[in-house]
Design a protein around this ligand. Structure first.
Ligand code: GLC
Length: 754
């Protein structure tokens, strides 16, 4: 009997344990509720808040150092550590400086720029990206990753477009959600930035954007909305600029009405560094965590000025003076506590990984899948059967992970395009030689991180071209690798580009090379569109990106055909800037208003082009772009079969699932991105000719046919009615356009909304 009894007792315990009823588990924890890992976050938050003094609540809502905010030492609540940036984990800086702390354990994996990720049109890669970079953040004990950026590409001059996801709100929305989820799966908060309307660097602290509601809701908010509502972002960064007269780090409409009100955001609004200027607004307009303030503006300040921050002593004094109760303070502190319990106090205790082989593989794969083949005549690419390859251009050797502003990194390594090509071709007996071709920017340091490269050059410009041309004459193929770089007024934070064309006289070098050898490939490395006056004299053109540690390998994989390119442009390449929607100074860069505040002189900018941004504009004006949004070639070809739909009539709360067969009609395996644009054939208001509302990427072997399924609901048919302040889908006929680019519609299906 005894035995049976024991068995029964054991079974009972097991049973109880399995449904968590066992007393042992709750009894094992005898600390305060906020420290009990098995309690729900909200319960832990409330318990912690109830134990905090007013001073402690003030302490946790502003920085204590350049990248950290205080915890509550008395209660064992940890500091919160932030780190840049969207492409990799920034090197450690000194407590109160931008300069390097000189650590020897913080050289990271540099992942591709987000323009590259967007160009892959592959949400699964975005999840891989977020997971990988989140692992690096967690390993470096960072709780908030200051990225991704999803500001819309409004002008090719914006210095920070390389950090963002292109001109279309739907593409950016689909690509930001998995990134956020991937990062946060590591108990690290993604901090989606810069909210909102931060679409240029010129006058970034003082530009006051005026934009109509329809444009705001249709173009500039969707990616942030998706990041919050679908991605579950735990943090949002307010932007430096103003919207409708209020700075965005304490903008009542953006932060309280829209972000926290309409979208139900329960995370933390973090200021951009130095983006806070007014205590009263910071208290009431939705800011939760203040970073980077200088007590007297942005250009200078006291060191260790943290007690003088707008949400520090000035706020505490106002509470003591009875100007405020503690409701706003409790809401801010509650959100910061929630951030702690989601990150550094998350019971999952993820440990992350740093510079692992998997992260290098991820960077290389994302890089290769984001590269866009723009032109390939005469079958020059992929390189095959060539013996002598000449590589020309500074961007073939120049490190690009250093510079560009806050996204600058101290990478563990960076494979240059030249090194990547040599590694891929030399073992095959191919001779790879190099000519500089031109001198761009020989410098190589940012915030104390240096590339260590010596890019000095004694030859003058004409000698450099002459040497490249004479070498070109003897090559089987010439690969020019140029474009922009991370220097000021290029692809860099803090200043916009000053011209649409390539800098450093590259156009002349390209023309000279084209004359010297018709077998010429131009690889443009940039995060922005550029003019290509030589487009007709160059048989092969590749849009490459800032790909980071694996840059050279990703490019070599594509140029050698190891990877068949499948990237599609996330933004339009206009022939000329003048073709674009920006026609007046009021639209860009804005007009001084004469108004000022402290040291700030404001400029006002009106987005009068409205929703007609990117392909929406070029379609509306019938302007032929150089290369359209969504464009990208492959080493194979694809044929679209006849699309079908589960119904050609949908109701407002219904939906339609389209299916379309795609066949790889070429000789090699490859991937195609089928893009679904919706065109409203009859609408009461002006609408773009078409808008991207779905896409599917499909990998097919040569000769294989696959099926792409894309489902839509009424959201895909809607426009934002500013008067009603709601999305409206009007009954009537719509066209579903199945396209290989925004200018290459292969099939059309007409359906209606009842
Ligand atoms: C910078 C950038 C922001 C960055 C922050 C911290 O000025 O605008 O993207 O995360 O400050 O470096």
């Amino acid at each position: 009997m005894k035995t049976i009894h024991l068995v029964l007792a054991a079974t009972a315990l097991t049973l109880a344990a399995s449904c968590g009823q066992t007393s042992s588990r709750t009894e094992a924890f005898d600390g305060p509720a906020y420290l009990n890992p098995s309690l729900p976050v909200e319960q832990r938050v409330e318990d912690a808040l109830s134990r905090m003094t007013t001073n402690e609540k003030i302490a946790v809502i502003h920085a204590q150092s350049k990248f950290s905010s205080a915890g509550v030492p008395r209660l064992g609540l940890p500091e919160v550590w932030c780190t840049d940036g969207p492409h990799g984990i920034r090197a450690e800086v000194l407590w109160d400086e931008w300069d390097q702390a000189g650590w020897t354990s913080d050289s990271c994996t540099a992942f591709p720029a987000l323009t590259c990720l967007a160009a892959s049109w592959d949400p699964e890669l975005s999840l891989l990206y977020g997971k990988s970079i989140g692992e690096e953040a967690r390993y470096r004990k960072k709780d908030v990753l200051l990225g991704p950026g999803v500001n819309i590409y409004r002008t090719p001059l914006n210095g920070r477009n390389f950090e963002y996801m292109g001109e279309d709100p739907y593409l950016a929305s689909r690509m930001v959600v998995p990134y956020v989820k991937g990062v946060q799966s590591n108990n690290v908060a993604a901090c989606v930035k810069h909210f909102a309307l931060n679409n240029q660097e010129t006058n970034r602290f003082t530009t006051d954007v005026k934009v109509d509601d329809r444009t705001l809701y249709e173009i500039y908010l969707p990616a942030f909305k998706a990041a919050v509502e679908e991605g579950g972002a735990w943090a949002i960064m307010g932007s430096y600029n103003l919207y409708d007269g209020q700075w965005n780090c304490h903008n009542d409409r953006l932060l309280n009405t829209i972000l926290k009100g309409e979208w139900g955001f329960d995370g933390v609004v973090i200021s951009d560094w130095g983006g806070v200027h007014i205590t009263d607004e910071a208290v009431t307009n939705g800011l939760d965590l203040e970073f980077g303030s200088w007590t007297n503006g942005l250009t200078e300040g006291m060191s260790n000025a943290y007690d003088s921050y707008y949400l520090a002593k000035p706020y505490l004094d106002k509470i003591k003076a009875g100007e405020y109760g503690e409701d706003e303070l409790n809401d801010k502190a509650r959100r910061v506590l929630r951030l702690m319990f989601r990150t550094n106090m998350n019971p999952e205790h993820k440990m992350g990984k740093f510079t692992s082989p998997e992260h290098s593989e991820a960077a290389r794969k994302i890089g290769a899948e984001g590269i866009v083949l723009l032109k390939n005549e005469g079958g020059i690419l992929p390189l095959d059967g060539v013996k002598n390859v000449l590589v020309v251009g500074e961007n073939a050797v120049k490190m690009m992970t250093v510079g560009g502003g806050s996204s600058s990194l101290k990478a563990k390594y960076e494979v240059s395009p030249l090194d990547g090509l040599k590694a891929a071709l030399s073992p095959k007996g191919v001779n790879v030689s190099y000519e500089r071709g031109y001198v761009g920017d020989a410098s190589g340091s940012y915030n104390g991180v240096t590339t260590g490269q010596d890019l000095s050059e004694k030859r003058n410009a004409s000698q450099l071209v002459a040497d490249a041309v004479s070498a070109a004459k003897n090559a089987d193929v010439v690969i020019f690798i140029g474009g922009l770089n991370k220097s000021d007024n290029q692809d860099a934070e803090g200043a916009d580009r000053l011209q649409y064309g390539l800098p450093y006289g590259q156009d002349a070098v390209i023309e000279a090379l084209a004359n010297a050898n018709p077998k010429l490939v131009v690889v443009n490395i940039s995060g922005n569109a550029v003019a290509m006056p030589w487009v007709d004299s160059v048989p092969a053109i590749v849009q490459d990106w800032y790909i980071g540690s694996e840059a050279g390998n990703s490019l070599a994989d594509v140029l050698t055909g190891k990877v068949n390119p499948s990237g599609k442009l996330p933004f339009t390449f206009p022939v000329a800037m003048e073709d674009g929607p920006i026609k007046t100074e009021a639209q860009y860069p804005g007009i001084p208003t004469g108004k000022n505040f402290a040291m700030f002189r404001f400029t006002e900018e009106t987005y009068s082009e409205g929703i007609y941004v990117g392909y929406r504009w070029y379609d509306s004006k019938g302007i032929e772009p150089l290369f359209p949004f969504g464009y990208g070639l492959s080493y194979t070809s694809f044929e679209y079969g006849e699309p079908s739909a589960n119904s050609l009539s949908m109701t407002k709360d219904g939906g339609i699932t389209f299916t379309i067969p795609v066949t790889n009609t070429g000789k090699v395996a490859g991937a195609e991105v089928v893009q679904l644009y919706i065109s409203d054939k009859e609408s009461s208001i002006d609408r773009p000719e078409k808008e991207l509302k779905g896409f599917g990427k499909i990998f097919l072997e040569s000769g294989q046919t696959g099926i792409v399924k894309i489902s839509i609901d009424a959201d895909a048919l809607s426009f934002f009615d500013a008067q009603k302040h709601e999305w409206v889908a009007e009954n009537g006929e719509f066209n579903a356009l199945f396209a290989s680019s925004s200018r290459d519609v292969r099939k059309t299906l007409t359906f209606n909304l009842k």
